[in-house]
Write a protein that binds this ligand. Structure first.
Ligand SMILES: NC(=O)c1ccc[n+]([C@@H]2O[C@H](COP(=O)([O-])OP(=O)(O)OC[C@H]3O[C@@H](n4cnc5c(N)ncnc54)[C@H](O)[C@@H]3O)[C@@H](O)[C@H]2O)c1
Ligand SMILES: [Zn+2]
Ligand SMILES: [Zn+2]
Length: 389
């Protein structure tokens, strides 16, 4: 089959690889009908996520039609149309039982490596390095789904691939980011990053009752899309974000701040982001957490900082003095996707949101390598790429 494979920094290829096979009784195999490129894939593309191997199949936002089912899988049948969460979860362990699916303690077969780095292992992920299971991803014609009687959700009649594909990751992620903010009537929510995840967070914040959403980015079409949802766009290259947010909130700060940027933050001339770049370039640091620092400073006393942008290692110069003395709450996670699926499928079915609003580019797998670059460089108005193998 054809698949997009990783061969090093900025080297994604579309090539022929062996078809996946059933390995365990609960597995299923799907023929992929749609898959997408995520901002998290850019961390692999940019070479900031360790333990990728040459030839690894990329992709963790995938859906398709079931073509084969393992003998112990009572949930799926050949022909079912399913969306596949990016987190792989057994459904039975301590964490899965409590709904913390992205903390599954069984789905990462080689937990020791990541435990050295993070103290323990989260769930295995599709297409996301050998630290997290080394599972083949879904930017391919076929995908093997482990524990396929837990993760995949069947798609009701009448919904298109584009309407439901983002249930695999960015819609639950943006929704979780807003959910973490415990939004109350009258609240102002500030969102850093108007990429696909930020866009979902902005719309979810309104769905959950936010009075006002402030959307921070610098890419014009991304700010415009945020504005079309009713958010107030703030350009971090044009204005001082801290000053603006204070001015807009009577000097208090936003009720909650969402970091939907993560480790590869850009910044206008600021001392801390220059420092981050030097440290990362010289292997003295692991991340560029400029946005997280700013989100903490811009959050009101006893407000919430909700982090869904991904970080990898040991973050430098985080203003914990500000956070402890002003009573901030931190919430963060790789999304326990399965936990949110029933509610969000319902919202799509009732027409409360159509997540396909974010798609700008539709392509084949062959065009994938070029589109990684287009998406990373935010060229050609690119906000979200969907590929139909
Ligand atoms: N927690 C999860 O489960 C989960 C799931 C999916 C994605 N993510 C993470 O969410 C993040 C965003 O993903 P995406 O697909 O939207 O990616 P993206 O790269 O398209 O979007 C990031 C956006 O942040 C903007 N940005 C950069 N510096 C900024 C700054 N200083 N202030 C404000 N905005 C800034 C960029 O211009 C860009 O529009 C990534 O880190 C990704 O890994 C997390
Ligand atoms: Zn993702
Ligand atoms: Zn589990």
């Amino acid at each position: 089959m054809k698949a997009l494979t990783w061969h090093g920094k900025h080297d994604i290829r579309c090539e022929s690889v062996p078809d996946p096979e059933i390995q365990e009784g609960r597995d299923a195999i799907i023929r992929v009908t749609a898959c997408a490129i995520c901002g998290s894939d850019l961390h692999l593309y940019d070479g900031v996520m360790p333990d990728m191997h040459s030839g690894d199949i990329m992709g963790h936002e995938t859906m398709g039609e079931v073509v084969e089912v393992g003998k112990d899988n009572a949930k799926l049948k050949v022909g079912d149309r399913v969306v596949v969460p990016f987190t792989i979860s057994c459904g039975e362990c301590f964490f899965c039982q409590r709904g913390f699916y992205s903390g599954c303690e069984r789905s990462n077969p080689d937990r020791s490596k990541v435990t050295k780095l993070w103290g323990n292992s989260p769930a295995g992920l599709f297409g996301y390095s050998h630290l997290l299971g080394g599972y083949s991803g879904g930017q391919a014609e076929y995908l093997r789904i482990p524990y396929a009687d837990v993760g995949p959700i069947k798609v009701p009649e009448g919904l298109s691939d584009e309407q439901v594909l983002f249930l695999s990751d960015i819609f639950p992620t943006g929704y979780m980011a807003a959910d973490f903010c415990n939004i109350q009537p009258g609240d102002t929510i500030a969102v850093w990053g108007c990429g696909p995840v930020g866009q979902m967070a902005i719309r979810s914040a309104f769905l959950l009752g936010a009075e006002r959403v402030l959307a921070v980015d610098t890419v014009p079409e991304r700010l415009a899309l945020a504005a079309s949802a009713g958010a107030l766009p703030l350009d971090f290259m044009e204005e001082d974000i801290y000053d603006r947010i204070m001015e807009l909130t009577d000097g208090r700060g936003a009720d909650a701040c969402i970091d939907a940027v993560g480790t590869e933050a850009e910044a206008s001339a600021s001392w801390d982001s220059r420092w981050d770049r030097i440290k990362v370039a010289t292997f003295m640091g692991t991340d560029r957490p400029h946005v997280l620092r700013q989100a903490i400073h811009c959050c009101r006393n006893f407000g919430t900082v909700s982090i869904v942008g991904v970080y990898g290692g040991f973050l430098d110069k985080i203003p914990m003095g500000s956070a402890i003395n002003r009573g901030l709450t931190f919430r963060m996670a790789q999304t326990p996707v399965q936990h949110y699926l029933p509610v969000l499928m319902g919202r799509i079915e009732r027409g409360e949101i159509d997540p396909s609003f974010v798609i700008t580019h539709r392509a084949t797998l062959d065009e994938g390598p070029e589109l990684y670059k287009t998406f990373r460089d935010k060229q050609d108005g690119c906000i979200k790429v969907v590929m139909k193998p």
